[in-house]
Design a protein around this ligand. Structure first.
Ligand code: NI
Length: 181
């Protein structure tokens, strides 16, 4: 197990399309996922995608039991999601603040589907099939974007609703309880 450095915005690897995992239940995949959890937890993240640690595979993780940084968010079950597909359930979208471990110390408002259905596989190749809403749905959409080389800064609803967390807090734009990275 190891905490790996998280690539930051500007590193061109973050913009690459990740490729599908073909072999499940391998020591390499298990150790990648273990490193991803170690890294996400060390950074108090809500999720992490493999490309963020420089591995161009379609592997995302997310979830936490309780996280002091988002006390008002319902816990999201710890999930490994490989080769995911997302389908929106309905057209409803909502705007909210997002952050990203690859864009540390900043937040921006992004519009995401409110209700989604996502499928994929866990590390052993068992199917994952979940309906999610709200913050859970937002995190999944954010992490899956990473697999397509998309960072939330490319999806800002309004460039004026983007900036450094501290300044946004001082300006009363952001509450401390809405700071997922
Ligand atoms: Ni991110």
């Amino acid at each position: 197990m190891a905490i790996r450095p998280v690539l930051r915005l500007g590193d061109q690897r973050l913009f690459e399309l990740a490729i599908e995992v073909e072999n499940f239940n391998t020591p390499e995949l298990d150790s990648l996922i273990e490193d991803m959890f170690d890294t996400m937890e060390a950074e108090d993240g809500a999720g992490l995608a493999a490309p963020q640690i420089g591995v161009g595979l379609r592997v995302a993780i997310f979830g936490f039991d309780t996280n002091p940084r988002y006390p008002e968010s319902n816990p999201i079950p710890k999930t490994v999601l490989i080769n995911p597909e997302i389908k929106p359930l309905g057209d409803d979208k909502e705007e909210d603040w997002e952050g990203c471990l690859s864009v540390p110390g900043m937040r921006g408002v992004v519009s995401r589907f409110t209700h989604i259905h996502y499928t994929g596989f866990d590390a052993s190749g068992n199917p994952v099939d979940v309906n999610a809403e709200g913050f859970h749905a937002r995190v999944v959409q954010h992490e899956c974007d990473h697999l397509d080389g998309i960072i939330y800064t490319q999806r800002l609803s309004n460039p004026l609703k983007f900036g450094f967390t501290e300044e946004l807090l001082s300006a009363g734009q952001l509450n401390t309880t809405e700071c997922p990275e």
